[in-house]
Design a protein around this ligand. Structure first.
Ligand code: OAD
Length: 246
């Protein structure tokens, strides 16, 4: 495992103590222990569905009801899930630092529910739908969007407020993520395969002096380039880190 070995944690804890700015990038792995499947893992959506059919503007134009049926199911699963010890540890870490930015690729709202405040949701979220025509917003409860309410009065359609394949990231979110990555002294990369750009690049490309720790039970394309690797589930490693630091 590794994280329980205090020696492995030492350099990271020392870097955290010296840091004036900390940046965390999370992916679906942090929610694995909350019961939300990762994208590329067993049972994940990218294994069982053709992603472009469901998560692209073309897929939505072709069959908006199919797309909403799938997102409504995901939303219901997110609402049933509870933030785990990893989400809570990051919220706790934020409270003990002056400058902490959490950038997540997840749309499950579990960081927000765990009490993290400075959260950049790079791929959007499923708390609301937005209109393709006039950009109107509409809150989503646990039922999601009723399929007969997809069409909006303006002539547009309500779509999930998430980023799809082929779409640009919301400019403001990306700018804050980039700025936080650039000024960070410590970067935590948690539960992401680090293969989806540009999100993954924020952890490695913008700041070469930062101490970068990867928290992931599996190797990823960035494992070779980071300062320290904790091969452990996030719900186990993050509380250990925060307990040792705080
Ligand atoms: P992936 O499914 O690509 O990667 C999940 C990562 O989490 C893998 O590296 C796993 O080894 C790791 N993992 C699994 N269980 C874990 C645990 N308990 N603790 C820590 N790590 C664990 O998911 P993402 O990297 O989030 O984009 O995928 C990135 C983006 O790809 C998603 O946001 C989505 C998708 O296309 C959009 O929808 C725009």
């Amino acid at each position: 495992m590794g994280a329980s070995d205090g020696k492995i944690l030492e350099p990271l804890i020392a870097a955290l103590r010296r840091a004036s700015s900390v940046f965390a990038l999370t992916g679906s792995g942090i929610s694995a222990e909350s019961g939300v499947p990762t994208f590329r893992g067993a049972g994940g959506p990218w294994r069982t569905h053709r992603a472009e059919q469901l998560a692209s503007p073309e897929g939505f134009t072709r069959d908006p009801r199919l797309v909403w049926t799938w997102y409504n199911e995901r939303l219901a699963a997110h609402r049933r899930a509870q933030p785990n010890a990893g989400h809570h540890a990051l919220a706790r870490l934020e409270r003990s630092l002056r400058d902490f930015t959490l950038v997540t690729q997840n749309v499950d709202s579990l960081h927000v529910r765990a009490g993290s405040r400075n959260v950049v949701e790079l791929h959007g979220h499923l708390r609301e739908a937005r209109c393709t025509g006039c950009d109107a917003r509409r809150g989503l409860d646990e039922e999601g969007l009723p399929l007969d309410e997809i069409e909006h009065a303006c002539g547009g359609r309500f779509r999930p407020n998430v980023v799809w394949f082929g779409e640009a990231l919301p400019e403001e979110s990306w700018r804050s993520a980039e700025a936080a990555a650039r000024r960070a002294d410590v970067v935590l990369v948690v539960g992401t395969s680090a293969v989806v750009y540009p999100a993954a690049s924020s952890a490695t490309n913008y700041n070469r002096r930062a101490f970068v720790a990867e928290i992931n039970p599996e190797a990823t394309p960035i494992s070779e380039r980071v300062s320290c690797v904790l091969r452990a589930p996030a719900a186990q490693a993050l509380p250990q880190i925060v307990d040792a630091f705080a």
